[in-house]
Ligand binder design. Sequence first.
Ligand SMILES: CC(C)=CCC/C(C)=C/CC/C(C)=C/COP(=O)(O)O
Length: 287
Amino acid sequence: MPSPKARNSAGGGGGGGSIGGGVGGNSGRYEFMSLSRSAPPSGLQRQGSDPTTARLRAADSPTRRRGSGSSTSSTGGQQLPEEDCMRLNPSMIGIALSSLLAIDLWLSKRLGVCACEESSWGSVRPLMKLVEVSGHGIPWLVGAAYCLYKSDSAAGQEVMLNLLMALVLDLVLVGIVKAVVRRRRPAHNRMDMFVTFSVDRYSFPSGHATRAAMCARFLLAHLVLAAPLRVLVLLWAVFVGFSRVFLGRHNVTDVAFGFFMGYCQYNLVEALWLSPLMLQSMMGQLE
Ligand SMILES: CC(C)=CCC/C(C)=C/CC/C(C)=C/COP(=O)(O)O
């Protein structure tokens, strides 16, 4: 679990995957050190009582590197130099993010109650895996393609075509983000998932959560009108998200971001909505 202290002693190595890897990294190293120890009261003491340390720190300070003599800085004035103040803020953000990451890892491990058969709720793992399949890409793609094929109204075909487009868009966007962020799945996850792509060894964001959020919005906007069913759709989406953490597949933040991303993806789908008119003109241009 990455803590500021561990980072300092380990030379900045990330513990929870690359999403946390950049937090409080080299740029915020001195701030981490000064904040994790008791803060000295004046600018002079900040240089350290040991002359060697003081020289090294002075040599590393941006003020010194740029050869700028601006503001109060190293001569021991009571005010912090402007640049040091500006460097303090990123370190605070770094500490906040590191703490969030630590809480995320801790909470996700605690909530991974179906991560294996021996876990505290291991007996409901098969049920969770069923929920997993309900949010998987393949049943959704096959289902949408089948409904498109079977639909005999233009309106039905339009909706199903756009659902298909949304599902493909979701796979592409999630694949890109996973490939860029490359956060590893939790250590307690068993990689026994139903059909996966290579990027699915990464966990940020949860593809099931993005799909659940996006499809739920899609269903509520276009297909499901009856109030009890609307509630069921919402419950399903939330449950798909929670099941990812219970199964140990994801950390909480993967799922939270997945929900957010899926919610936004639906806005994109609406913006890119393919209408029959548009399709006709596209076909016309192809001919
Ligand atoms: C037709 C075709 C190529 C379908 C591919 C569908 C497919 C393999 C989707 C991957 C779904 C999946 C395992 C996502 C990972 O979800 P996480 O919640 O574990 O990120």
